[in-house]
Design a protein around this ligand. Structure first.
Ligand SMILES: CC(=O)N[C@H]1[C@@H](OP(=O)(O)OP(=O)(O)OC[C@H]2O[C@@H](n3ccc(=O)[nH]c3=O)[C@H](O)[C@@H]2O)O[C@H](CO)[C@@H](O)[C@@H]1O[C@H](C)C(=O)N[C@@H](C)C(=O)N[C@H](CCC(=O)O)C(=O)O
Ligand SMILES: Nc1ncnc2c1ncn2[C@@H]1O[C@H](COP(=O)(O)OP(=O)(O)OP(=O)(O)O)[C@@H](O)[C@H]1O
Length: 520
């Protein structure tokens, strides 16, 4: 049904959001009997700068009345807001309780409910969302002849093979439904999307039911004045994926597992477990998916799906945590319809994810480097576990080049230091992304958390200089095995400074350039 003033008002009223309709100084509970109310909107937008003739505007967030100046002249058809703007515009207003929820519901309708034409998969968790999303897309693409779309914090892909850089982990609702429409029109059958806790906090997926919701893991993160006030709030937001899904795929070893199962039971939805066990556990558990480290080779693992042996796998992505991510992807894909014995499962073996676990080396100077996106306790600990298990025998001197985000997730500064300070030789604190906090202050904050007197710790604010010094030092000591871990920015070609995205070469590029520099 096309979205008009009348159908929009009815939809909002059906969802208990409509307070009243305001037009021509009249306040009503219904849209007046006027033919204009049945004209389909030409567009829907949350930004006045894109309003055209016939547009429906949703005023959300830190919206300011002055943005509305001149919009009648540009043909604004109607606005949705939580306050009356009739003093500023003549267009009719749908006054609602929550414009963000309204935006999501109205956008889905405007774009013809594209979610109904796709199998929609939502992935949440503190760590591994992006990687699992890429792995799942690879399987479902292989299963469906390339008909799986992806929304991730790295890239969005609307046709199964073209990737474009994304802005947010979970897009704004309007953008999500617009892209879903494009994906459906491109013939996609599946959509895999990351669902951040913020997405639920600010209603970016309000009203969207996921065919499958996957919950990977949970540990404290994203706690700050602009994200979540407490861990409880963070987890509460993430748990909403469960009650908005038709099937839950969950890591059986996840913290707060009982609570997650209770959520699924209350929602009356089936649960598919996945888990990873050491070589001695065999495949004896009843879990739908059990990835078992294969004792013969550290890179191989066996997978059992509903007690069916799905064979041996080897990823291009190193790290045991990526075996867990692959198990999650296989659990999701089989729950979405890929057969347990499908060769499509082997598509995980070809996947790499930009800026995640990229291992680079200069063997002549015994220098390894890993560029990774770790930036909290769990991921730094997982990275160091990997380094220990894979390179520990050579006792490398480990340098960790790290910063932390400004203004948000403040706890990460202490967590990164705590996860690493007894396991490495040196910290180099450097710039990461910031809104208003100066890089130096963030680095000094991290330095203050260092309590191990035996670890070297220094600040080199400029990120390229920090990397240059770390890699040159490693290569300048060829008698020593060196491991330089560069975390937090991965593939990103920008660095945020005082709210602005400044061009940046990218950790992967800088490190690879430095490793191939001629030695003096
Ligand atoms: C808190 C939050 O969700 N903020 C998002 C939100 O901002 P907002 O609605 O307050 O927008 P605003 O920029 O203040 O402007 C208010 C409104 O006025 C409009 N406007 C503005 C100027 C004008 O002339 N006319 C006009 O109409 C804007 O388009 C906007 O709709 O809507 C914007 C786009 O619609 C988002 O870009 C922005 O995300 C901010 C930048 C952000 O980075 N959020 C982070 C915390 C986030 O969401 N992160 C999670 C990842 C977490 C994880 O790693 O797991 C994510 O999902 O990405
Ligand atoms: N299952 C996991 N458990 C612990 N750490 C992980 C796991 N998967 C990935 N990591 C670590 O977390 C980093 C980020 O991985 P990924 O981008 O897949 O997660 P994410 O949930 O999308 O993260 P973010 O929310 O920070 O964007 C990786 O570079 C790796 O260091």
């Amino acid at each position: 049904m096309p979205l008009t003033l009348r159908t929009a008002a009815r939809l909002l009223s059906d969802h208990g959001l409509l307070r009243e309709v305001i037009h021509d100084d009249r306040w009503m509970m219904q849209v007046p009997d006027d033919p204009a109310a049945d004209v389909p909107f030409s567009a829907i937008t949350y930004d006045t700068r894109t309003v055209d003739g016939g547009s429906l505007l949703v005023c959300k967030g830190r919206f300011r009345p002055e943005y509305l100046d001149g919009l009648d002249g540009r043909g604004l058809a109607a606005y949705v807001a939580d306050t009356d703007y009739s003093a500023v515009v003549d267009a009719p207003g749908l006054i609602v309780d929550d414009p963000r929820k309204a935006l999501s519901l109205l956008s889905a309708e405007f774009y013809g409910r594209p979610q109904d034409e796709l199998t929609v998969i939502g992935i949440t968790g503190t760590k591994g969302k992006t990687t699992t999303a890429y792995l799942t897309q690879a399987i479902l693409n292989a299963h469906s002849g390339g008909r799986c779309a992806l929304f991730s914090s790295v890239d969005n892909c609307l046709d199964g093979h073209t990737y474009e850089e994304s802005d947010l982990t979970t897009p704004e609702s309007l953008d999500a439904f617009r892209m879903m429409r494009q994906a459906a029109d491109n013939g996609m059958r599946y959509l895999v999307m990351e669902v951040s806790s913020q997405a639920y906090k600010v209603h970016r997926v309000h009203g969207l039911t996921f065919d499958i919701g996957a919950f990977l893991n949970i540990s404290p993160d994203h706690i700050s004045p602009i994200e979540h006030p407490t861990f409880e709030d963070y987890l509460h937001c993430k748990r909403q994926l469960i009650t908005n899904s038709k099937t839950l795929v969950v890591n059986a070893d996840c913290d707060h597992m009982q609570l997650l199962r209770q959520d699924a039971a209350h929602a009356g939805i089936p649960v598919v477990d996945f888990s990873v066990h050491g070589p001695d556990d065999g495949c004896k558990t009843a879990h739908a998916i059990t990835a078992t480290a294969d004792g013969s080779d550290p890179d191989d693992f066996r997978v059992a799906i509903r007690n069916h042996d799905a064979g041996t796998f080897r990823l291009r992505l190193p790290g045991d945590f990526n075996i867990a991510n692959a198990a999650a992807a296989m659990a999701i894909a089989t729950a979405a319809g890929a057969p347990a014995d499908s060769p499509a499962l082997h598509a995980v073996e070809t996947v790499t994810v930009p800026g995640r676990m990229e291992v680079l080396a200069d063997p002549d100077t015994r220098t390894w480097a890993i560029v990774d996106y770790a930036h909290n306790f769990a991921s730094v600990a997982a990275l160091l576990d990997f380094v220990d298990s894979r390179y520990g025998a050579d006792q490398p001197y480990i340098t960790l080049v790290t910063g932390a985000a400004g203004n948000k997730a403040i706890g990460r500064r202490r967590e990164i230091v705590e996860a690493a300070q007894h396991r490495i030789g040196r910290f180099v604190f450097t710039a990461e992304d910031t809104d208003t906090e100066p890089y130096e202050d963030i680095c000094n904050d991290m330095l203050r958390h260092v309590t191990n007197p035996d670890v070297d710790a220094r600040i080199v604010v400029d990120r390229v200089t920090a990397l240059t010094e770390a890699i040159r030092d490693a290569r300048g000591n060829p008698e020593r095995w060196d491991m330089v871990l560069v975390i937090g920015k991965g593939h990103e070609r920008w660095i945020k400074d005082r709210n602005r995205h400044m061009p940046y070469e990218g950790d992967d590029k800088v490190v690879s350039r430095l490793l191939s520099e001629p030695l003096e």
